[in-house]
Design a protein around this ligand. Sequence first.
Ligand code: FES
Length: 242
Amino acid sequence: MERVTLRIRRYNPDDDNGAYWQEYSVDIEPGDVVLQALMRVREDLDGTLAFRASCRSGICGSDGMVINGWPRLACKTQVSDVASKSGMIQLEPLYNLACLKDLVVDQEPFWTQFSRITPWLMPDPAVPEPEKERLMVLEPDAFDLLSKASDCIFCQICFAACPIVGLDRDFLGPQALVKAYRFEADPRDQGHQTREAVLGAPEGVWRCRTTFNCTEACPKGIPITRTIQLLKRALVREAIFS
Ligand code: FES
């Protein structure tokens, strides 16, 4: 068993002193992830520490936080991968979202941008409802990318990693755009006309500056930047050939 120090940015809206750093020393077993260390702090040392977590296995997307300056899922981050030589790990709430308390952020801006892209499948209303599921036909590579885009767990890590989101609160952001790709690339979807204006607006796909931060940070390995570039290409093609 080893000990590590968690240096956590604390904030309590009921406390007039503002944000501050607090350190906790905890025991770590081999193979422990950061979330386990955090739970040990809350159970054994300080019950007032606030953070979100649920599935503990990279599915629910609720425990995104900034670990040593980079957004990650606490349940998918090995302590041994991020602890410094002196055993220090620094934790902050996700960037680009207001802190509500300690490591808990206000998710409202993220969900607002997501809702703007009409995030559901819109089949052709002229085609009668099928008796079984709606089958899709796609080339294997195109299906693989669509399938990856469907893996999003809404963890908000790409939103926190994107420098453009931090500069422009109107930007749709990487998650809304990868979800738009998921439906736009689906041959069963006929919703393009509904999404076209928001995707093609200055704060839509064109605001992306291809920093690749979203792709690098995504805990599900989704090539987000590539899907945004494909949305841009589709809009340009449409403008040229229409
Ligand atoms: S607790 Fe669900 S993704 Fe980490």
